[in-house]
Design a protein around this ligand. Structure first.
Ligand code: ZN
Length: 331
């Protein structure tokens, strides 16, 4: 059932079965005029049932309801196409919405992600399964949504709230958070999470999402926040302490990559196999294919971050990208 986490602002905890995230927080602001739903859960019946029941118990009239996805991932936008009405306005960060519109090729094993993964040492035999089981492929909203692009500084007045869009690239390029300065309230999407660390990953050499992420953490640490409402799990007790912990976590992970490379030069996939991960499995080979996929994407983000700081470099050997650390350095 919805929990009122601030005046007329409710959290509906939507389950994500068979997913390590376990659940997603959908936030609903009700008002006598328009309502706003921020993030929805995946496009699957288990999510739909809970979200619809929650909205119903709040007497939310979907004809008077708009939607914001903090970013493009399926657990955040999946149910928008199911719940929206012809009068709904649908918003997403301006850098995320185009990739959502143009992703015909994304889920082919020969598309840009599959190709990059293969060159990173990801087993070719597992590529097809990675695409077919990827939540983005299985559980996204239908593709015909006409998103309105959000930009830094855009504002929404909903009920008693005045929400400002804060660009927070890192978890995705177009990730946005929402900030209400008067209420010192921050809706953090997957930028700041309490019980788990946001996945920072890439399948492209054109981006340095970890550097973006650390800069975005620094950026939001300047805001006055009393209440932080994250996209997953429990509300965050100490916003600033959590930002410090997340920054430190990624520095340690980057150092772990450098330490692993002392064992020899290797691909991102082989580095990922040697990293410590918090999932319960006997060995790397026992990881479900999707967990190996996300772990490899996260490792790639870390090696690119280190490469851009000249702490390691790459060589391409027969279409396989191999990393070598510069010297025995640490961040
Ligand atoms: Zn996400």
């Amino acid at each position: 059932m919805p929990e009122e986490v601030a005046s007329n602002l409710y959290r509906i905890v939507v389950p994500l079965p068979d997913n390590p995230l376990k659940e997603i927080n959908s936030y609903v602001i009700t008002s006598g005029d328009r309502n706003l739903v921020i993030d929805t859960g995946m496009n699957r019946p288990e999510c739909q049932e809970v979200l619809e029941a929650g909205l119903e118990s709040l007497d939310v009239d979907l004809k008077r309801t708009d939607f914001i996805a903090t970013h493009l991932h399926a657990d955040h936008q999946g149910l928008i196409s199911t719940l929206m009405t012809s009068s709904s306005k649908i918003y997403m960060g301006s850098l995320d919405s185009p990739s959502f519109r143009n992703n015909n090729d994304t889920w082919s094993k020969d598309g840009f992600m599959g190709d990059y993964a293969r060159r990173s040492g990801f087993p070719v035999a597992d590529l097809e399964a990675s695409m077919q089981n990827h939540p983005g492929f299985k559980y996204s909203s239908a593709m015909n949504i006409d998103y309105i692009d959000l930009h830094e500084g855009d504002c929404f007045d909903v009920g008693e709230y005045h929400l400002e869009v804060i660009d927070t690239p890192g978890h995705t390029d177009g990730h946005i958070c929402l900030y209400d300065a008067d209420h010192k309230l921050f809706i953090s999407g997957d930028h700041v999470l309490g019980d788990i660390t946001p996945n920072i990953a890439t399948w492209s050499d054109d981006a340095d999402p970890l550097a973006d992420y650390i800069n975005s953490l620094q950026k939001v640490s300047q805001l006055e926040v009393d209440k932080c409402l994250p996209g997953h799990r429990s509300l965050i007790a100490d916003f600033y302490e959590r930002i410090d912990q997340l920054t430190k976590h990624h520095r340690e992970r980057a150092n772990e990559v450098l330490d692993i490379l002392k064992q020899g030069n290797m691909s991102a996939y082989d580095i990922a196999a040697r990293m410590t991960w918090s999932i319960r499995a006997k060995s790397w080979d026992d990881f479900p294919v999707m967990q190996r996929w996300f772990a490899t994407g996260e490792t790639i983000a870390h090696v690119i971050y280190l490469e851009r700081q000249n702490l390691l470099h790459r060589e391409v050997v027969e279409d396989l990208t191999i990393f070598e650390s510069e010297k025995s350095v640490r961040l």
